[in-house]
Design a protein around this ligand. Structure first.
Ligand code: GLA
Length: 642
C-alpha cells in the first residue's frame, strides 16, 4: 500500500489516530459508569466522551509536506508517556495515571509482556497486577488515550524481551521469525490476548487509538516475512486502529511494514533527521514512539540520568515542530521478582531491579524536577488549567529488622518440589516441571556424587557457585569455565548452584539464552552422571511451606547460601519505604512472600523499593535469600539510592 492509499484507507475508516491540537489537547474525559464488577464498560464511556468523533489526517495549510494527526477534524498532537502496568503495584495505577494526566499528557502507552501473561505454555494470566484491561480502562476513566504495544517481542529490559523462556526448549526454533514453532506459539497467545484488546479499541468505544506491530524489528531483521505476519495476525483478529512500527533512527526503514505508520525512537531532537524522515515517509505525521528521557541501569555500571534542561529543550523543540511524542518512561517502576532483562556487549550483565529510568516520576511514583518543568510547559499550551496535582505518596522509615532465624540452603531442599533425576545436567528451560514448560526464573541446584578431584569444566549461565558438600570451591560463569577441585578421600557431593540473572532482551543473543548448566560437566575430561536437580523458583507456595521448617536462631555470621527471616513492624497504615542492606552481599528480598527483586553490593542500586500496599498493619514477614554471607540488619530509609 503506497502512502496515498495509506491515507485514503485511513480516511475511509473515518478515523486516524489523532489528538486534539492545542488548545483542546489537554481536555479530559468524563468519568465512565462502572459495571457490577467495578470495571468500566467501554461502550458506556463513549457516550460520555462527547468530544470524541472520528479522526482524520490533514495536511497543514501552509506546508504541503507537513502532516498531523487529527481527531474530529481538529489537529491533535500525541503527548504520550509510558507506564508499564506490570512494573507498578496495581493499587498505584490510578495515582500514576492521574499524575500523567495532571502533568498535561493526553496518552499512556504500555507494552504487554507475553512471558508474564503466559508463564506456562497454554496457561494465561490476565488478573491482579497483570489485568491489562483494567489498566487500560482506568486510563480511560482518568481521561487518557492509550497506545498498546503487544509485541510479541517487546525488548523493554524484560527477561528475553518479553518472550516466554519455554520457547527456548527447542534449540531449532527461531525466535522473531516465521519459523513454524514460533508463529504457532504467537498465534495461540494472540488468540487469547487480542480478543481482550478488541473492545478496548476506539472503534468499539474504548480508549485505544493505536497498536504497535512488534518492536524495533529493524535492528533484528532476520526474516523479511515476519513483520507482515505479525501485522496480519493483529488485523485478522480484529485490530482496527492505527497500526505503527517503532524503530531507532538508523533502522526505521528495515523495521517498517506496509500499512503501518513508521515511528522512531531517539534520545534528542535532530532537525536533519526529521527533514529526512518527512521525505522518507511522505504525507504522514511524525511520531516519536520513544523519546528516551533517561536510561536503565545495569549491575556494576554507573547510574544513568539526563538533565532536566535537556529534556525540557527537546520537548519544546518537538512541540514547536508539531511532532507527536511518547516519553519513555513517564514512570518506569520496578523490575520486581525475576523479570529483569540483561544486556550483552561481549559480556552478560543483568539490568538492576529498579526501573526508575530517571523518568518523569521516580520509581516510587514521586514528582521530579522534570515533572514540574514539563507541567509548566504543557500548562502554557493549554486553554484550560491542568488538573490539580495528586497528593504526594508519603514515605516512611520502619524500625530496623534483625533477622533472628536462618536456614542454610541445604536444609530447605526438602521443602522444594521433588527434584528432577537425570543422567546428564539439564538446562533450566528444559527441566520437566511446570507442566512441561520448564523453569523460567530463579536458581537451579545441580548435585552429583564425585569420588576424585581434578579439573572441573562446565558451561554455566549466568553464575554458578561450586561446592564440595557445604564448602564453597569457587565460581563459574560464561567466561570462567574451569575450576580446580583438590583431591579428597571418599566420594563427596558436588553441588553447583546456578543463578539466572536475567535473559538478554536485545539483539540476536536472545536465541542463545538458556540458563543453568548448558551441556556436560566434566572432571579431567570425564563427563559426570547421575544428577539430582532442584528448582528454586521461590514462588509464594514455597515460602508458605518454609513456615514449617526448623529455622535456626542466628548466632554467628554464616558463610554460604541461606534464607534469613525477620519481622518488619508496620503501623496501622503502612507506607512506602526503601530497604538498605549494608553487609549483605547478593540475593533477593521477599516481603510476605512477594519478591521485591535482587540486591547486590556491587551497585549502582543500593536500596530496594518496598511499596506500602504490600505491607499489613503490624507484623510483616521478611525473608532474605542471601547467596554469600549474612549482614546483621535490614534498614529502611525514606529516600532511594540508585
Ligand atoms: C528500545 C526499546 C525499548 C527499550 C529501550 C531502552 O527503544 O524499544 O523497549 O528497551 O530501547 O530502554
Amino acid at each position: 500500500m503506497g502512502s496515498t492509499c495509506y491515507i485514503s484507507c485511513c480516511l475511509s475508516w473515518k478515523r486516524i489516530l489523532g489528538i486534539f491540537f492545542l488548545p483542546v489537547i489537554l481536555s479530559g474525559f468524563a468519568s465512565c459508569p462502572k459495571r457490577k464488577d467495578g470495571k468500566v464498560n467501554p461502550s458506556s464511556c463513549r457516550s460520555n466522551w462527547s468530544h470524541l468523533s472520528p479522526l482524520t489526517l490533514k495536511k497543514r495549510s501552509e506546508g504541503l509536506e507537513r502532516m498531523h494527526f487529527t481527531l474530529e477534524g481538529q489537529k491533535f498532537l500525541i503527548f504520550g508517556g509510558s507506564i508499564h502496568y506490570f512494573r507498578v503495584p496495581m493499587e498505584y495505577w490510578r495515582d500514576r495515571l492521574l499524575k500523567l494526566k495532571a502533568c498535561g499528557f493526553n496518552t499512556v502507552t504500555t507494552y504487554i509482556p507475553w512471558n508474564l501473561h503466559e508463564p506456562e505454555r497454554g496457561q494465561f494470566y490476565f488478573s491482579g497486577n497483570l489485568d491489562m484491561e483494567a489498566f487500560v480502562l482506568m486510563a480511560a476513566e482518568v481521561g487518557l488515550w492509550v497506545i498498546l504495544r503487544p509485541g510479541p517481542y517487546i525488548c523493554a529490559e524484560v527477561d528475553l524481551g518479553g518472550l516466554p523462556s519455554w520457547l527456548l526448549q527447542d534449540p531449532k526454533l527461531k525466535l522473531r521469525t516465521t519459523d513454524k514453532g514460533f508463529v504457532e506459539a504467537v498465534d495461540k497467545y494472540f488468540d487469547h490476548l487480542i480478543p481482550r484488546m478488541i473492545p478496548l479499541q476506539y472503534h468499539h468505544g474504548g480508549p485505544v487509538i493505536a497498536v504497535q506491530v512488534e518492536n524495533e524489528y529493524g535492528s533484528f531483521d532476520k526474516d523479511e516475512k515476519y513483520m507482515s505476519y505479525v501485522k496480519e495476525a493483529l488485523l485478522k483478529r480484529g485490530i482496527v486502529e492505527l497500526l505503527l512500527t517503532s524503530d531507532n533512527e538508523k533502522e526505521i526503514q528495515k523495521g517498517s511494514v506496509k500499512g503501518a505508520l513508521t515511528t522512531v525512537n531517539m534520545n534528542s531532537f535532530k532537525e536533519s533527521f526529521f527533514i529526512w524522515f518527512r521525505q522518507m515517509q511522505k504525507n504522514k505525521p511524525i511520531l516519536i514512539m520513544e523519546y528516551w528521557i533517561g536510561w536503565f541501569d545495569s549491575w556494576g555500571k554507573k547510574h544513568h540520568f539526563k538533565t532536566v534542561n535537556e529534556v525540557e529543550q527537546t520537548v519544546s523543540e518537538l512541540i514547536n515542530h508539531e511532532i507527536s511524542f511518547n516519553i519513555y518512561m513517564f514512570h518506569g517502576g520496578t523490575n520486581f521478582g525475576f523479570i529483569n532483562g540483561a544486556v550483552y556487549f561481549g559480556k552478560h550483565i543483568g539490568v538492576v531491579t529498579s526501573y526508575d529510568y530517571d523518568a518523569v516520576l521516580t520509581e516510587a511514583g514521586d514528582y521530579t524536577e522534570k515533572y514540574f518543568k514539563l507541567r509548566k510547559l504543557f500548562a502554557s499550551l493549554s486553554a484550560k488549567p491542568l488538573p490539580l496535582l495528586p497528593q504526594q505518596t508519603l514515605k516512611t522509615v520502619y524500625p530496623s529488622v534483625r533477622p533472628s532465624f536462618f536456614l542454610p540452603l541445604w536444609e530447605v531442599l526438602r521443602y522444594l518440589n521433588e527434584p528432577v533425576k537425570s543422567h546428564i545436567p539439564v538446562n533450566m528451560e528444559n527441566l520437566p516441571i511446570n507442566n512441561g514448560s520448564g523453569q523460567s526464573f530463579g536458581f537451579v541446584l545441580y548435585e552429583t556424587s564425585i569420588c576424585s578431584g581434578g579439573h572441573l569444566q562446565a558451561r554455566v549461565h549466568d553464575i554458578g557457585q561450586v561446592f564440595l558438600n557445604d564448602t564453597i570451591l569457587g565460581v563459574l560463569n560464561e567466561n570462567v569455565k574451569e575450576l580446580y577441585i583438590p583431591e579428597f578421600t571418599k566420594c563427596q557431593l558436588l553441588r553447583i548452584l546456578v543463578e539466572n540473572q536475567g535473559r538478554v532482551n536485545f539483539s540476536w543473543k536472545i536465541q542463545d539464552e538458556r540458563k543453568g548448566l548448558i551441556g556436560p560437566v566434566r572432571i579431567n575430561n570425564i563427563s559426570l552422571e547421575g544428577f539430582t536437580i532442584y528448582s528454586l523458583e521461590m514462588k509464594m507456595s514455597f515460602f508458605q511451606r518454609l513456615r514449617f521448617a526448623n529455622w535456626r536462631p542466628v548466632t554467628v555470621r554464616y558463610l554460604g547460601p541461606a534464607f534469613y527471616q525477620g519481622t518488619l513492624k508496620a503501623d496501622s497504615s503502612p507506607r512506602d519505604t526503601f530497604l538498605r542492606l549494608p553487609g549483605w552481599v547478593s540475593g533477593f528480598v521477599f516481603i510476605n512472600g512477594r519478591n521485591l527483586g535482587r540486591y547486590w553490593n556491587i551497585g549502582p542500586q543500593e536500596t530496594l523499593y518496598l511499596p506500602g500496599v504490600w505491607l499489613h498493619p503490624g507484623n510483616n514477614e521478611i525473608i532474605l535469600f542471601e547467596k554469600i554471607t549474612s549482614g546483621s540488619h535490614i534498614y529502611s530509609t525514606g529516600f532511594p539510592k540508585l
